[in-house]
Design a protein around this ligand. Structure first.
Ligand code: HEC
Ligand code: HEC
Ligand code: HEC
Ligand code: HEC
Length: 355
């Protein structure tokens, strides 16, 4: 009995030691001297995670077709957003999407394309929800790269950014059933559903008065509003793996002039996430099979961590998400001139000014 206890406590001590990081940690100064705006990181663990992230990125064969002469009319029958591609670039894109999204399924092209009774693959058919969803995802990816350069920058976004070889990204959210709580995976919270409101609606979270003490009747924020603001901020910090000083001078949280530039990038990110949810994720509601819906019956939605996965830049800024190598995802692609059916079914190329 005594011996068991001893082993137990030794194991406990080992666990406790493992939970600590070996020094030294590095601090980099982000703000003015003396204001305590420092980013604390452990170079060895950060290095590890950067290396393992980079190592997972699939090395895809081939380089982009720079001539980019669009495939002649009639090459495809039912291509709505990739009509600007040559046939070679189109095929390269299909191969890449297979690796980025469907790698773990082992189904290859068939993950998104219908297999007929005679065993042949019908690439034209839309009778499979994964293809319908993918088309929407292609549009969303094009839109984010084309219209949000001030957020996604040179790094850009492609399917790998969120999917990393798996059909389900690591982070997305649903409405929670009452009392249910699964913060790590679903990003929902009890009662007020703060972040959900934030990432769908146009609700700002300004709570701090611009005047001290009384006389300030402008600020009608309640304690609940303040709690809401901090809840959103804590989630945002977790999504990016940073602390408050990454975006704020903590003496004056609300002051934009004294905030690091990352805060403006973050605010643009909020607008971008709302756009992606409103324009692409919500309209998919009717397409999801039951096993993809949340406990309240709503479809999956995007948050900061869907792309960031706990890193200050998705994939730590590694080439994986480099959109410039992928002409399929740089502009809002036009429909391909089909085999004379004339049907480009509702694909709206006037979406260009989407932000
Ligand atoms: C992750 C989903 C996905 C995977 C995997 C995938 N495709 Fe596609 N495929 C699509 C979507 C979506 C479209 C329609 C694109 C559009 O409308 O702009 C499409 C269209 C096509 C078309 C055009 C058919 C036509 O005439 O309308 C061909 C050909 C094609 N895919 C071939 C392939 C091949 C070959 C593979 C495997 C290497 C593959 N696809 C893997 C999603 C996928
Ligand atoms: C901004 C993040 C993001 C990007 C970029 C993205 N996706 Fe998705 N995708 C999601 C989320 C979130 C889901 C919902 C997961 C679920 O089904 O619960 C999803 C679901 C899917 C599904 C359905 C999976 C299933 O089995 O139900 C397919 C297929 C898909 N995406 C294809 C693509 C393709 C192809 C691309 C690139 C053109 C892409 N996605 C880019 C976030 C993204
Ligand atoms: C990734 C950047 C980022 C991080 C990290 C971050 N914030 Fe924020 N914060 C913002 C942005 C952007 C706004 C403005 C949001 C808006 O107006 O909708 C904001 C607003 C606020 C406000 C409201 C200011 C006002 O005008 O009333 C408070 C308070 C705040 N943050 C506190 C925090 C705290 C506490 C943390 C750490 C737990 C934190 N923030 C971490 C970006 C960030
Ligand atoms: C669609 C994918 C995607 C989503 C969703 C997303 N981001 Fe980003 N974000 C990026 C990419 C890509 C970069 C890297 C840009 C670059 O290379 O300059 C980035 C960069 C940033 C940076 C700058 C980091 C630095 O120091 O360079 C901040 C801050 C940031 N994002 C905050 C957010 C916040 C907050 C949210 C949620 C409200 C969010 N992002 C949602 C893709 C995304």
């Amino acid at each position: 009995m005594k011996k068991q206890l001893l082993i137990l406590s030794a194991a406990g001590a080992l666990l406790a030691i493992q939970a600590c990081e070996l020094p030294p940690v590095e601090t980099s100064q982000l703000g003015f001297r003396g204001v305590g705006m420092e980013h604390v990181a452990n170079p060895s663990t950060l290095q590890d995670s950067m290396e393992s992230v980079a190592a997972r990125i699939p090395q895809l064969a081939g380089s982009p077709d720079t001539d980019m002469v669009p495939a002649p009319a009639g090459t495809w029958e039912n291509v709505q957003y990739l009509g600007h591609l040559s046939e070679a670039e189109f095929n390269r894109t299909m191969l890449a999407m297979t690796a980025w999204v469907a790698q773990e399924t082992g189904q290859g092209c068939n993950y998104c394309h219908v297999i007929e009774d005679d065993g042949t693959v019908n690439f034209v058919s839309d009778d499979i929800y994964t293809k319908v969803v993918s088309r929407d995802m292609i549009r969303m990816t094009q839109d984010l790269n084309a219209n949000y350069p001030e957020h996604v920058g040179e790094t850009g976004v492609n399917c790998w950014t969120c999917h990393m070889g798996e059909v389900l990204p690591n982070n997305y959210w649903f409405y929670a059933a009452d009392g249910e709580r699964d913060l790590e995976r679903y990003y929902v919270n009890e009662g007020a559903r703060q972040t959900e409101r934030y990432l769908l609606d146009q609700e700002a979270i300004r709570v701090i008065s611009d005047q001290a003490l009384t006389g300030d009747t402008e600020n009608t924020s309640s304690i609940q509003d303040t709690e809401y603001a901090y809840w959103v901020m804590i989630q945002m910090s977790k999504d990016l793996g940073v602390n408050c000083t990454y975006c704020h001078t903590t003496a004056r949280f609300s002051d934009w002039d004294e905030s690091p530039p990352q805060r403006v990038t973050a605010l643009r990110g909020v607008g971008m996430v709302r756009h992606a949810n409103a324009e692409y994720m919500l309209p998919l509601q009717g397409e999801w099979p039951d096993n993809r819906l949340g406990p309240m019956g709503d479809g999956p939605k995007i948050q900061c961590a869907t792309c960031h996965n706990g890193a200050f830049q998705p994939q730590y800024g590694a080439e994986a998400s480099h959109a410039t190598e992928w002409p399929a995802f740089q502009i809002l692609g036009p429909p391909h001139d089909g085999a004379g059916t004339g049907g480009d079914d509702g694909s709206d190329d006037d979406e260009g000014e989407g932000n």
